[in-house]
Design a protein around this ligand. Sequence first.
Ligand code: SF4
Ligand code: SF4
Length: 355
Amino acid sequence: MLKEDQKAINQCVRCGACRAVCPVFQESGWESANTRGRIMILKGLDCDLSPDLQILDSLNSCTTCAICTELCPAGVNPPRLIESGRRELVLKGVMTGQQKALAGNVLSSGNTFGAKDDRLSWLADRSHILKKAEFVYFVGCMNSYRYTKTAARTFALLHRFGATVLPAEKCCGSPLLRTGFDAHKLVEENSRQIREIGASTVITGCAGCYTTLKNSYSGDFKVKSVSEFLVEHISELDLKRLDLTAAYHDPCHLGRHSSIYDPPRDLIKAVCNLREMKTSRELARCCGGGGGVRSGYKDLSLKMAQRRLAEVPEGVDYIVTSCPLCIRNLRDAGAGEKVMDLVDLLTMALPGEPC
Ligand code: SF4
Ligand code: SF4
């Protein structure tokens, strides 16, 4: 274990402030499945205790939501430590079948689904792929394969300002990095294409892609969320008012991990009424889908999403968010089409679109 990780583990004073807010503990009630318990497990691993399956479940069921980081009085960053523990176990060959399958899919196909079909199937006009551009829209696996209309709508907005897409985008690497694997091949391949295009800014509508592009890539280009970019151009969008009320769900990787709270809210307020969820911003409840939990522990993940849905205020027409993984998990937990991407809401407010 890295020296800085050992130091951080010892920094934990076992107060349990994190225990009260860990969304996984709220479902399982199992000490080893809350932040403090996970830190104790990491300490055990550092003392060369052998991991068993329960330890894998404990570390792998963390959604990396970071609400514990927000509330820890000792300044510990538990999800960073937990990811480090996952890496260490994977290096020793200790992993679950689901972890292995996910990594195999991503590494063999370049996407989380193991899909072999065209990643740009949603793009009708290929002349919109530019050889040189200032802005690149990084689509991400979910929107490339599952929410293709959202991908097309996002690109339609960004292309107005000269954005292109990568000709052969690969997964950003987030699913590998979150679950303990190496992602350098994907990072290098995407980085090479971004360099060739000469882009100064990469824009993405996925919270997981956002933190990965920002923290695990070279830093040779700026990274912006779609909401940050569009809010800067709001006056050029000519948006009309919709007779709707929306609540905004903060994706953990866009909110707590990246402090992007106002741009999506400003865009929603520009087109309709905004109502806050029972918990929001720094204290927003996780949807339960991140950190590899949706793929590894689906029932647990959906229970967390149901708790999040219980926080939706009365009288709301839509739950709007800026992360396709949150959309997937909240929809599957019972919200259906009531959950939508911010860009889908904005598209309804564009001139010529029926309300
Ligand atoms: S809140 Fe911080 S110091 Fe307290 S138990 Fe959790 S990680 Fe340790
Ligand atoms: S990051 Fe979230 S899920 Fe993971 S230990 Fe902290 S509070 Fe629990």
